[in-house]
Design a protein around this ligand. Structure first.
Ligand code: SF4
Ligand code: SF4
Length: 97
């Protein structure tokens, strides 16, 4: 069953978005400051973050899907996620087969 992905540092460490081909170098550079580690408490008050998009809304920077690593992510398994491409669609879109 699908569960809500908890906004914790532990889960953020598992996220593969920063290694994903969809996460462009320009977006990496642009979001370097924003992506600095936040405390678990601070993360609860964010609706936007530029990684772990399954727990937040979509990215402001990634606009093209060039492949998605979500299905290889530990959070995908642990939280029973069914979607992919959370960076381009809030709540995710269908995984490519
Ligand atoms: S949500 Fe999927 S497509 Fe988007 S950056 Fe993360 S792994 Fe890549
Ligand atoms: S399932 Fe995708 S968006 Fe969510 S933490 Fe893993 S790689 Fe990031």
């Amino acid at each position: 069953m699908m569960k809500k992905v908890e906004r914790t540092q532990q889960n953020i460490k598992r996220c593969l978005c920063l290694e994903c081909p969809s996460y462009s170098m320009l977006c990496r550079l642009k979001n370097f400051e924003k992506n600095k580690n936040r405390t678990d408490e601070a993360l609860q008050s964010h609706t936007h973050y530029e990684k772990m998009f399954c727990a937040f809304e979509k990215s402001n920077c990634i606009h093209a899907n060039k492949g998605c690593l979500c299905r290889s992510c530990q959070n995908f398994k642990q939280y029973g996620l069914e979607n992919c491409t959370y960076c381009t669609h809030t709540g995710g879109g269908a995984c490519q087969v």
